[in-house]
Design a protein around this ligand. Structure first.
Ligand SMILES: Cc1cc2nc3c(=O)[nH]c(=O)nc-3n(C[C@H](O)[C@H](O)[C@H](O)COP(=O)(O)OP(=O)(O)OC[C@H]3O[C@@H](n4cnc5c(N)ncnc54)[C@H](O)[C@@H]3O)c2cc1C
Length: 373
């Protein structure tokens, strides 16, 4: 086979897949290298949430909404399971309700598709949520869920079938000296390269990574099976999430909530815990997460952290469940930025640092990057 292409992509996580998709739609010949037999990085360890509600209007909101449109097209064409189920932010305290009210008032015309609903309406949308003490909820229409470990395996195969993506799983890219890209097994001639290597800063252009303020964030996650099959409806979260996402950061009422949570539950901030809950098609729910920052990621999971996560989960969810899986994932983060794009040499781009929003933002970001070629 002629080992030449227009574009080489390094990494078959969501960032690499999004760039491959955009380049293929542009009519380019694309080869994708993934060092594992299938992707096993952050993109298969997450909640599978496409979460525009977490993005600020002046930040990633528009990009997230465009990404969501691409997701909708892809899941329909590739027969990937997805639930366009929206989300509920639940308020069980006055200060949580105040943040939701301020958010809705502040961003009435910002492009979110959300509004405050009563406890009765929230319970109608999700029978799994705890009724006692519920004061209000923010219902948002734009969130959707895929089961990432399935979706991330299916998308490359669909891109291969539909657009002729050339897949090279089990190939570590070890050197790029354009026009040549060397993997552990082959040498390819290409016009440009996009490096989407996730938490691997060490293999390609390590000096360029070292100059950045990138850190690695480790998150603990769990999967539960419900003892009685039940539909949770929207993806769920509560007070802790309001202080996690940038979308709520301009709300002045957040300070009071933050101070109260620090007094009542100091360990949550210590471990960067906020709780999200997503459900897949098979009666399973994914629950997380914590945030710990490292240069080299500590491999050992803390059971104390898992217990804190589950204790908070049970404050707003009533289901009977047992835990079937525990794992951790790592994403790179650049403080104060939604991503980094580096160009260590002409026509070689490193796209990284999408932190906790790679599933939400990748298609929109890749669309912008590829359209500028
Ligand atoms: C626990 C957890 C929960 C999250 N939840 C969400 C969520 O619900 N919604 C959301 O929007 N975001 C979420 N995120 C963030 C999201 O998962 C990440 O932003 C995204 O997956 C990053 O994708 P990536 O392609 O950069 O990295 P990865 O998925 O890690 O992929 C990088 C790939 O590159 C490969 N690779 C590296 N170097 C080489 C090389 N030299 N040669 C060949 N292959 C190479 C690796 O093997 C890997 O497969 C979550 C993250 C975590 C960890």
């Amino acid at each position: 086979m002629d080992k030449s292409a227009d574009v080489a992509i390094v990494g078959a996580g969501i960032v690499g897949l999004a760039h491959a998709y955009m380049a293929l739609r542009k009519g380019l010949k694309v080869v994708m290298f993934e060092r594992e037999q299938f992707a096993i990085g952050a993109s298969v360890r997450n909640f599978g949430m496409v979460w525009p509600i977490g993005q600020e209007p002046s930040g990633g909101l528009d990009r997230a909404l465009r990404s969501r449109e691409h997701w909708r097209e892809i899941v329909a064409q590739a027969s990937i399971w997805c639930n366009q189920n929206g989300s509920l932010h639940l308020a069980y305290a006055d200060d949580e309700q105040a943040v939701l009210e301020e958010f809705v008032a502040l961003y009435r015309h910002a492009g979110y598709q959300c509004g405050l609903i009563s406890p009765a309406e929230a319970l109608r949308r999700s029978p799994a949520i705890r009724k006692e003490g519920l004061r209000a909820a923010l219902w948002s229409e734009t969130e959707m869920v895929v089961y990432s470990r399935e979706a991330i395996r299916q998308i490359p195969l669909w891109l291969e079938e539909k657009y002729g993506l050339i897949l090279r799983f089990g190939h570590v890219v070890t050197d790029i000296t354009l026009p040549l890209v060397r993997s552990s097994k082959e040498i390819w001639k290409v016009d440009r390269v996009v490096i989407c290597s996730g938490a691997d800063f060490e293999t390609l252009y390590p000096h360029d990574f070292e100059k950045q303020t990138l850190t690695k964030c480790k998150l603990q996650m769990m999967k539960a099976v419900l003892k009685q099959p039940a539909s949770f409806g929207p993806s769920l979260c509560a007070g802790t999430t309001l202080r996690h996402y940038a979308a709520f950061s301009k709300c002045k009422s957040l300070k009071k909530l933050d101070e109260r949570l620090d007094i009542e539950e100091p360990k949550l901030k210590e471990h960067g815990i906020h709780i999200l809950v997503s459900q897949n098609s098979t009666n399973e729910v994914i629950i997380g997460d914590s945030h710990h920052y490292f240069k080299s990621v500590e491999p050992f999971d803390s059971e104390e952290v898992n217990e804190l996560i589950l204790r908070y989960f049970e404050k707003f969810v009533t289901a009977d469940y047992h835990i079937t899986e525990r794992w951790n994932g790592t994403y790179p983060k650049v403080p104060g930025s939604l991503h980094i794009i580096l160009e260590p040499e002409s026509r070689v781009q490193i796209v990284n640092g999408l932190s906790g929003a790679g599933m939400t933002l990748s298609f929109g970001l890749a669309e912008e990057i590829v359209s500028a070629w």
